[in-house]
Design a protein around this ligand. Sequence first.
Ligand code: TAP
Length: 487
Amino acid sequence: MVKVPERATPFFEYAPAPESRSIVDIKASYGLFIDGEFVDGHGKSFKTISPSSEEVLAEVAEADESDVDLAVKAARRAYSRTWGRMPGSERAKYLYRIARIIQERGRELAVLESIDNGKPIKESRDVDVPVVAAHFFYYAGWADKLSYAGLGPDPKALGVAGQVIPWNFPLLMLAWKIAPALAAGNTVVLKPAETTPLTALLFAEICQQADLPPGVVNIVTGAGATGQAIVAHPDVDKVAFTGSTDVGKAIARAVAGTKKKVTLELGGKAANIVFDDAPVDQAVEGIVNGIFFNQGHVCCAGSRLLVQESVADEVLEKLKRRMSTLRVGDPLDKNTDIGAINSAEQLAKIRELSEIGESEGGERWSPPCELPSNGFWFPPTLFTGVTQAHRIAREEIFGPVLSTLTFRTPKEAVEKANNTPYGLSAGVWTDKGSRILWMANQLRAGVVWANTFNKFDPTSPFGGYKESGFGREGGLPGLAAYLEGDR
Ligand code: TAP
């Protein structure tokens, strides 16, 4: 019998690392990065705050249509005069330089990401930043090998790419977008999310440090309207969007019938499927990583646990015990497992769906844990007794909330896993290789992890089926998405 502790370790016993704050230089205000320079915008400005303290970090320019137009014009000039004419081997040198500077300034990037986004420093330092650098290294290697992309002997870049990214992995989503676009010879105008603009602006400084020609990368901060202006701009050749399915649908409508190519990376409701022959302790670690990594703000989060009935009690007991050891608190504390929820709006959405989960009959459990008084926090939460009809089994919560369903047979597991409008990822835990292969074929998900979860690598294509979007990022498909001749 596994004993679940009555009280988890309280927040105040942690050892915060405030000195790490001093290694970043957050300016009082930021302009837009257009044509290689930071410039004042024509529009208003907005505040970016730290979700763990609610402290105002900086005032950031909000790009309006005229700013977006300037950015697109700068990108077009750079495409026709410098970047689009440069041999791939030369472009590669810039990308390698950027990758190395990211490594050199890795600690600064990680601390800034944790402050602006709320994610634990051990994740930004050990996952986000290294994977960001790896993306630039990987695509630098492709820049002079485009004729091996399978699109003919001399595939051409598309031109100007307009890129709009979300707040959950601000720097990593930027890398997924900018590295392949630049390697293929495109120039870019990128909008980070309103709540997490700071690391994209630090990346702009890195572009200056790397002597990247002006206009190759343009960063325009702002809200949804800025994103809309990028998508609508007539001189944008390619739109790459990562975000919610609702906004993705609006973007698909906006570009329909235009010359623009589009890739959409949207939401998910992944099943993490545990069979009775799985190594239970390992599976429990995978369940925890699948849903509590990055506060569950992960498009491919394993937010539906499907566990085989015969092992459900054992798995859930061990899971509760493991959840009781998770530390929620200061993102800059190296011991923190779960940081702050990114915004008050996201916290309200998580609370609302959790309350709906209870009212629809799900049984809600969280380990006792003391949450800090300032900032936006939500405890790791487990729902059992969930059915497929419940909203928490169908809708993306995008928070540290796991919905558990059970199954008896592999066929039933597949039916339940596929019973969602989404199709981004899935996880399978079993000892049988043949079952892994069978499940991978049956599951309608772009990525299927076997006996692991949430593993990201620049060489692996990532993307969804159904309402999780279309197109792939990462690997060769991620490069081809920025070249003429791709489907
Ligand atoms: P969204 O609200 O869709 O926002 C994404 C980006 O689009 C933000 O920069 C946003 O600006 C901007 N935007 C909002 N309305 C727009 C419009 N009408 N036209 C153009 N741009 C617009 O998503 P989010 O809340 O930031 O991110 C969470 C969602 O992203 C989740 O559904 C998650 O699953 C998905 N996601 C998917 C993936 C992949 S790879 N499939 C990866 C990460 C996240 P503001 O910031 O100002 O709102």
